[in-house]
Design a protein. Structure first.
Length: 387
């Protein structure tokens, strides 16, 4: 009887435990049903493979390298460019430049028009000194719809200059300007070409067109140089003044260039007067303007005065990087004034003060105007100042 009772108790406990376990398992599900956001978070993520399509059967075929290259070259433009570049690199790395050139030349002969590949081919010809072949490639590039590529056009104009073919150069510049009447870069390039061929009238005309399309301080500076080269200081100054009106933020650099032009043409006192007024008017440009003043004193041969203005500037400047720039100029000037430098020409001292090697006389020399005494590097050419 006792054994039966024990057996009954055992089964009763077993059933009770099973029921309790079932309730415990059901409770989270019921609670989760009340809070769906928690149910979603608690639910295990479905296996990634469940969302993927059935596994496709692999199709293995016999495919050699030549066939793979042919397939890519016939249907994948970007892939084709990559292939040409990679194979060219391999040929160059293995000292087979003729093979590289032959590959790219064959591409061009088949009507290939990718600018990157053609530029590589032209570059190889230039390295070999094969100007005629390089010109042919650049001409191909220039004839394309996107042919106003300034790099290609500049290279082509440079080749024509080396070959002494001014007619081809002028024709290219004019055709480029006609095809791109609203592109200021085209007219800047044309102006540069004309100036290098001593045609300052056309250079001025092209530069004014570039400015009309996109006024920039650098363009006004180039216009001033062109007109000064024509022998007109007044036109040069007027160009810089126009630039200041159009681009007020450029007043410091254009004022420095104006003063430098006065100094170049023997009017150092007028240059100093202009800069003195500018320092009062433009305190933010004090560093650049005072450097220009110091340069002009050095141009006049007055090294003591050049050092004096720098010392005064050193006391006013608080920014550490700008203060360092002034101190370096002073140090360079003192080195130039040392006994070992006694008797050194003024340009060498000016260059030392600016922290750079002596430079030749300015390239822009106005015709029929008095030239300044040899002096400092151009006042606008300031050494870099750490930000």
């Amino acid at each position: 009887m006792e054994i039966k009772n024990r057996t009954a108790v055992f089964f009763a406990l077993t059933i009770a435990l099973a029921v309790g376990a079932g309730r415990c398992m059901a409770a989270p599900a019921d609670a989760a049903a009340d809070r769906p956001e928690k149910a979603q978070a608690a639910a295990p993520a479905a296996p990634v493979t469940a969302a993927l399509p059935a596994r496709a059967e692999l199709k293995i075929e016999k495919l050699d390298l030549a066939a793979a290259v042919k397939e890519i070259a016939s249907g994948d433009t970007d892939g084709m460019v990559d292939l040409y570049q990679k194979i060219t690199d391999i040929y160059m790395r293995t000292q087979k430049p003729d093979k590289a050139i032959s590959l790219l030349e064959t591409y061009r002969g088949q009507g290939g028009a990718n600018q990157t590949i053609l530029a590589s081919l032209a570059g190889f010809y230039m390295q070999r000194g094969a100007l005629k072949q390089a010109a042919e490639v650049y001409e191909t590039m220039a004839k394309q719809p996107a042919g106003a590529d300034r790099m290609a056009t500049s290279a082509l104009l440079n080749i024509y200059r080396q070959q002494g073919d001014s007619k081809k150069g002028a024709a290219l510049v004019e055709a480029n300007a006609k095809a791109n009447p609203s592109n200021p870069e085209v007219f800047l390039q044309a102006s540069d070409y004309y100036l290098q061929n001593d045609d300052t009238v056309k250079a001025e005309e092209a530069m004014r067109k570039a400015i009309a399309l996109a006024p920039k301080a650098e363009s006004y500076k180039q216009l001033a140089q062109i007109t000064l080269r024509q022998g007109s200081l007044d036109k040069a100054v007027a160009a810089l003044q126009e630039g200041i009106k159009k681009i007020p933020a450029s007043e410091v650099e254009l004022t420095v260039m104006t003063a430098d032009m006065y100094a170049q043409t023997g009017q150092a006192d007028k240059a100093l007067s202009l800069l003195d007024e500018a320092v009062k008017k433009l305190p933010a440009g004090q560093l650049e303007l005072t450097f220009a003043v110091s340069n002009i004193y050095l141009r006049k041969g007055d090294q003591d005065k050049a050092a004096e203005v720098l010392k005064a500037l050193l006391e006013k400047v608080s920014d550490p990087s700008r203060k360092e720039a002034v101190q370096q100029r002073l140090n360079n000037l003192r080195s130039a004034q040392s006994p070992a430098s006694a008797g050194a020409p003024v340009p060498a001292m000016a260059a030392a003060m600016a922290g750079m090697a002596p430079s030749p006389a300015p390239a822009i020399v106005p015709a029929a105007m008095p030239q300044a005494a040899p002096g400092a590097v151009p006042a606008g050419a300031q050494p870099p100042v750490n930000p």
